[in-house]
Unconditional design. Structure first.
Length: 79
């Protein structure tokens, strides 16, 4: 999902979740990976409160940056 804003032709997503001194963070989406560890499992077990089955998925996941040096902080350096 893109906000319609571009910098040098590159799409930009905006967020209110940056500190006051930061205008933006530049992160190359081709260098980002969603990582799932081995051992993810799905369990089925009977529901104790009604006549049915419950299903639960358990996994460990994380977000990884392949090139941390490629993350750029954009801020206003004027005094």
């Amino acid at each position: 999902m893109e906000d319609g804003i571009t910098i040098a032709g590159v799409p930009v997503l905006t967020s209110t979740h940056v500190d006051g001194a930061t205008l933006a963070w530049g992160i190359d989406k081709t260098q980002q990976r969603f990582v799932v560890r081995n051992g993810a499992k799905v369990e089925r077990f009977p529901s104790v409160t009604n006549d049915g089955q419950w299903v639960r998925g358990i996994m460990r996941a994380g977000w990884d940056t392949l090139n941390p040096a490629g993350i750029v902080r954009i801020w206003d350096a004027t005094p």
